[in-house]
Design a protein around this ligand. Structure first.
Ligand code: ASP
Length: 437
């Protein structure tokens, strides 16, 4: 059994969190490959190391001193070292970095040091070997991870040292220059490492006990989901549930590796297990796995008598494509159709889009309505089971929620409704109360 354990920023925020990580690692000898983020917030007024490093770089660019920020970063690392009685001379290495600080230091190199120093300290504390991500995560010329080269290097490092800690979030380009991933990228590093060593499980340790059935800011203490499929996770994430970096799913899904989301502050909790398929008879018999949603969508409706839908729709989709606005949903009528897109994603392009539609499609009317929220109930158990959507619409109607759009994915994995922004929270609560039990 081999497990890759990735610890997020809050799990490595200070010495106390480091101790929790060590307990978790020591309790299971199959956790032999550890990936860490940079130290995150210790409390809600604190700052993430990565944010501070970005801020430093902005200071450098504008020729403003960043001494104070660097002091605070340095003292956090030194504090961890001292509190844990470590030998690694983090002050010396950090000072060496400071001596090289100038406008020419790339933002990628500077920002990556958050993960680098956190991993150095963690490796010593766990008694594992530190393996620099610059030596085992390689980017190709296209800016994507070169999976073959990366897989081979990670595998070799694990075979050679047995137990390793790798910093997440960065790797190196062909010439050796550091390149970082997008924000939250340590999730991707963990997933790639899991695939590289063919792990049995990819554990992603955070500060919540798995994925919750609904947003806890809307629903009071929602239950956590014990098991879900990758397909359900995708639907939930697409509909706004913030879970993992989306690019971290594929590497593990492709290799059939289970993904386990766990809580460093509550290690006994089994968290959420994400797998390719679930025994349909297992688990609670609720039709819905989770509820998610997003606000602020616009609906652009195109009316035209005797419309040739396939031609006009294609023209309109080309126009959205031209302005790089993703289409979230299409509603087809007899003499009209409506396109739903994020209001923010559209921005000012909406005027050009409307003008282009008028010019190209010559509709009788084109108009826009803003302020739509999309809410989706996701669940594999809805598939081919009559009655769920009827109950769901009734529950919303009984609670005064006016449904403006209805859509069910062809795979029956989700039912999505469009409601007014103002009824977003009510819709989520009604669905949770009616179907999560
Ligand atoms: N430290 C980086 C960030 O804050 C990467 C990560 O935590 O995954 O985005």
């Amino acid at each position: 059994m081999l497990k890759v354990a990735k610890f997020g920023g809050s799990s490595v925020a200070g010495a106390e969190q480091f101790k929790k990580v060590k307990k978790i690692i020591d309790s299971d000898s199959s956790r032999r490959l550890v990936v860490v983020s940079a130290a995150g917030k210790r409390n809600k007024d604190d700052h993430k190391m990565t944010d501070l490093l970005y801020l430093c770089h902005a200071h450098l660019e504008y020729g403003v001193s960043c001494d104070e920020i660097m002091d605070s970063i340095e003292s956090r690392f030194v504090e961890i070292k001292e509190d844990l009685n470590l030998e690694y001379d983090v002050k010396r290495d950090f000072d060496a970095l400071r001596a090289r600080l100038n406008r020419d230091m790339s933002v990628d190199e500077l920002v990556s040091r958050g993960e680098y120093f956190t991993a150095r300290l963690m490796a010593e504390f766990l008694g594992f070997t530190f393996v620099d991500a610059a030596d085992c995560f390689f980017f190709g010329i296209d800016g994507q991870i070169d999976r073959d080269k990366t897989d081979a290097a990670i595998k070799e490092a694990l075979e050679k040292y047995g137990k390793i800690v790798i910093p997440g979030f960065y790797g190196s380009l062909a010439g050796g220059r550091i390149k970082i991933m997008s924000r939250g990228g340590s999730d991707i590093s963990g997933a790639i490492a899991s695939a590289a060593v063919d792990a049995d499980v990819y554990e992603n340790w955070t500060d919540v006990s798995g994925i919750l059935m609904a947003d806890p800011r809307i629903v009071d203490k929602p239950k956590s989901i014990s098991k879900l499929t990758y397909a359900e996770l995708r639907e939930l994430a697409f509909m706004g549930a913030s879970v993992l970096h989306e690019e971290s799913i594929m590497p593990v899904k492709e290799r059939g590796i289970a993904l386990n989301i766990r809580n460093t502050n509550d290690p006994e909790h089994p968290g959420t297990m994400i797998v390719e398929s679930v025994d349909e008879n297992a688990g609670a018999d609720r039709p819905i796995t989770g509820i998610a949603g997003r606000k602020n969508f616009s609906v652009i409706t195109v009316n035209k008598r005797n419309i040739n839908v396939s031609v006009t729709l294609r023209q309109v989709l080309d126009i959205f494509d031209k302005y790089k606005v993703p289409v979230e949903h299409i509603d087809l009528g007899l003499d009209s159709f409506a396109i739903v897109a994020s209001t923010t994603a559209m921005g000012d392009a909406v005027y050009d889009i409307a003008a282009d539609i008028k010019k190209t499609c010559r509709p009788d009317r084109v108009y826009m309505q803003e302020g739509l929220a999309l809410v989706a109930a996701v669940g594999r158990k809805m598939t081919f089971r009559p009655g769920t959507s009827g109950r769901l619409f009734k529950a919303l109607g009984d609670n005064g929620v006016n449904i403006r759009i209805i859509a069910q994915g062809a795979d029956e994995l989700s039912i999505m409704v469009g409601v007014e922004n103002a009824q977003f929270e009510t819709a989520i609560k009604v669905l949770y109360e009616g179907f999560a039990g």
